[in-house]
Design a protein around this ligand. Structure first.
Ligand SMILES: [Zn+2]
Length: 73
């Protein structure tokens, strides 16, 4: 029974983590201080080390990021 409970907890944690990743619809570049829609080609090309995730546009603006001129988030 203990093993079963541990398995359920693991599944719940994994699902929550996955949902959080999907929920961040904006990505910022900590190097250029620009932010993009998560599906912008520039966002996909950026160095993962410079990648910052934002859930909302305001969050990115408040952090000092400017919108990308290509995807215009
Ligand atoms: Zn962009």
């Amino acid at each position: 029974m203990k093993k079963f409970c541990a398995a359920i907890v693991t599944i719940v944690i994994m699902t929550t983590t996955f949902a959080t990743v999907l929920a961040s619809s904006y990505v910022g570049n900590a190097n250029s201080l620009k932010f993009h829609y998560a599906d912008c080609s520039s966002a996909n090309k950026m160095n993962p080390a410079n990648r910052v995730s934002f859930n909302t546009r305001d969050e990115a603006i408040n952090a000092g990021y400017v919108p990308c001129k290509r995807c215009k988030p």
